[in-house]
Design a protein around this ligand. Structure first.
Ligand code: NDP
Length: 262
């Protein structure tokens, strides 16, 4: 069995690895694609906005990295499977998956914003599962052939703590964290490390989709009272866990802004 680090060097510890990143057209996914590529991984960047992915691939390539863009909607099961087939055919399969596409649409439950409830469930739960379904066979094969693979699911501190008006979003993220714990137990024996990543507030486009005035006011107050995390902070964390020795699985990683109390 060849080791995953056989072509790695101290300056390129992820050389030889193939990382698929969903939600890569902005925020955490975009920053992580740049970081993992800078460490030598070949990255596949997936989201709906093809123009943004194209620009990202150009930037990574200009910096000496390797990146492939796949424009796809993760709520479309067939499109996600086609993406996985392409990763298999062009890059020999993924051994790192950052399952990260998500949306946050808080509102008081009494507003009965069923469209927004469904949007969050469709993307944060069903979309996440589509990606797991399509890429798990590649991860398991990489675990068996190369000794390590990573499945990193982006959850949230909202999976743990209570945020009034964020009930549906928080519940989708509780799903992500609990699912990840179970999958870790299931896939660890196959050398697939599974992690739930739970950030506090990170300044990204995520907040830009919020329409509820109460939540917008809460976010504006939070912006005044503390320094938010940057997407690069989360990218550094993901790079850290991906470069640990294969025997080490960080199961659940909470990354908070220093000034965010809960
Ligand atoms: P962004 O809004 O910047 O990123 C969301 C990404 O998801 C975009 O690249 C978007 O691209 C993609 N996306 C949205 N819908 C789809 C879809 N149907 N199919 C494929 N891709 C889709 O926010 P963040 O970077 O902050 O969010 C990344 C993850 O981090 C989310 O899961 C979020 O819940 C989580 N998180 C964020 C926190 C924060 O404070 N920012 C805190 C805790 C967790 P496109 O529109 O091009 O498809």
């Amino acid at each position: 069995m060849s080791t995953p680090t056989s072509s790695a060097t101290p300056s390129a510890p992820l050389r030889g690895r193939v990382a698929v990143i969903t939600g890569a057209s902005s925020g955490i996914g975009e920053a992580t694609a740049e970081k993992l590529a800078s460490l030598g991984a070949r990255v596949v960047v997936l989201a709906r906005r093809a123009d943004r992915l194209h620009d990202l691939v150009e930037r990574i390539t200009k910096d000496g990295g390797t990146a492939v863009a796949i424009a796809a909607d993760v709520t479309d099961t067939a499109a996600v499977q086609a993406a996985a087939d392409r990763v298999e055919a062009e890059l020999g399969g993924a051994d790192l998956l950052l399952n990260n596409a998500g949306v946050m649409l808080p509102a008081p439950v009494e507003e009965v914003a069923t469209g927004q409830w469904q949007q969050q469930i469709d993307l944060n739960v069903t979309g996440l599962m589509n990606v797991i379904g399509a890429f798990t066979p590649q991860l398991v094969r990489a675990g068996s052939e190369r000794g390590v693979a990573d499945l990193i699911n982006t959850s949230s501190i909202a999976a743990q703590n209570i945020f009034p008006h964020f009930a549906v979003y928080s519940a989708t993220k509780a799903y992500v964290t609990h699912l990840s714990r179970h999958l870790r137990a299931e896939l660890g024996a196959k050398n697939v490390r599974v992690a739930a990543l739970e950030p506090g507030i990170v300044g990204t486009e995520l907040q830009g989709h919020v329409t509820d005035q109460g939540a917008l006011d809460w976010l504006a107050g939070a912006k005044q009272s503390m320094e938010w995390l940057t997407p690069q902070d989360i990218a550094e964390t993901i790079a850290f866990l991906a470069t640990l020795p294969p025997r080490v699985n960080l199961q659940q990683i909470t990354v908070m802004p220093t000034g965010q109390p809960s």
